[in-house]
Design a protein around this ligand. Structure first.
Ligand SMILES: Nc1nc2c(c(=O)[nH]1)N[C@H]1C(S)=C(S)[C@@H](COP(=O)(O)O)O[C@H]1N2
Ligand SMILES: [Mo]
Length: 322
């Protein structure tokens, strides 16, 4: 039986295995590789999203920047880190398909005047959605270029009217082992809920983004539906998915990867080619293009957003505060 044989994913690095599948699928369907990547550039509408979101997504303001470097849609939606749905890169696309993301409630607590439980619809309604073509760099030294749709996080946080005591903001992902097989696993290292946090001035920076869509449609479940953070100048794990809690706090909040390996994953986790991960260099990255031969490129300070964000860290030792 096929089940007794090793899965291709067990003998081939998942990234290569995935690309091979994409290419095979393309060839099988009689498409050339060119046609396949052309298809990826305009997204198919696989994930229309809830009724309330569709008009806002349809009316989003497109990013005027070049789309040439966009990661193919099939790579962006099938090569994922979302440990709630499994640790293999191909797990989230398989295991998150039935994830229920509407209606969706977000609990807002801590140092703010307008706290409570809110429908995501109420939080997003009234805000104009925009697209941001974003460089996205995982701590594992691969990168993508993703067209997210959403709102600057600052516009959402302002609605809750944080007080002067709000020095940090903490986020949590849903805990629902019935829907999330990774949370049922005995081998999980993450202490659920997955949690992340930012300093308040980082969170209020215009580049800090709350995404509800990508590739012209609602966020696919494996990419963090219905609402996720996107912090383009930090390693990907800061960009927490499927957020159900926002808490304003006076003290620096705990974060999921820092709790597991504090020597390897700091609170700041700014992309920094000069500070190696203890087990690998961060000087360069594999650009995942869907081609069998990923491009390797130098990693840029703050993932290329230094002009915009370096001032947030003026005077800080970024080796100590990694
Ligand atoms: N809740 C949650 N958020 C998460 C993760 C996760 O496992 N759980 N993985 C992070 C990591 S390591 C990365 S690189 C990005 C991946 O986002 P993508 O799959 O949309 O590319 O999500 C981040 N957000
Ligand atoms: Mo990551």
């Amino acid at each position: 039986m096929a089940q007794q044989q090793p899965l291709p994913s067990e003998i081939t690095p998942p990234e290569i295995w995935h690309r091979r599948k994409v290419i095979m699928a393309g060839l099988g369907a009689g498409l050339s590789l060119t046609a396949l990547s052309a298809k990826s550039a305009d997204a198919p509408i696989d994930y229309p999203g809830p009724d309330w979101l569709q008009p806002a997504i349809a009316g989003h303001q497109a990013d005027p920047g070049s789309r040439d470097a966009l990661t193919p849609y099939d790579v962006a939606t099938r090569y994922n880190n979302f440990y709630e749905f499994g640790t293999d890169k191909s797990d989230p696309a398989k295991n998150a398909q039935d994830f229920v993301t509407d209606p969706w409630r977000v609990t807002v607590s801590g140092a703010a005047n307008n706290i409570g439980e809110f429908d995501l619809e109420a939080i997003i309604r009234g805000l104009a959605l925009e697209e941001r073509i974003t460089r996205f760099r995982c701590v594992e030294a691969w990168s993508m270029v993703l067209p997210f749709i959403g709102v600057p996080l600052s516009k959402v946080l302002s609605q809750f009217d944080p007080t002067g005591d709000a020095k940090y903001v903490a986020f949590e992902t849903l805990v629902d082992p019935e829907q999330m097989p990774g949370q049922r696993s005995r081998f999980s290292t993450i202490q659920w809920p997955y949690q992340e946090g930012l300093r308040m001035d980082e969170a209020m920076h215009d580049l800090c983004f709350l995404a509800v869509g990508m590739y012209g449609q609602a966020l696919p479940p494996q990419n963090g539906a219905p609402v996720r953070l996107v912090v383009p100048w930090k390693y990907g794990f800061k960009s927490i998915k499927s957020i159900v809690s926002i808490r304003f706090s006076e003290t620096q909040p705990a974060t999921a990867w820092n709790q597991i390996q504090p020597q390897e994953y700091g609170f700041y986790s700014n992309v920094n080619p000069q500070v190696s991960h203890p087990r690998w260099s961060q000087a360069s990255e594999r650009v995942l293009t869907g081609s069998l031969f990923p491009k390797r490129q130098d990693t840029l300070m703050f993932n290329g957003y230094a002009d915009e964000v370096a001032s947030l860290y003026a005077g800080m030792d970024l080796k100590a505060n990694f």
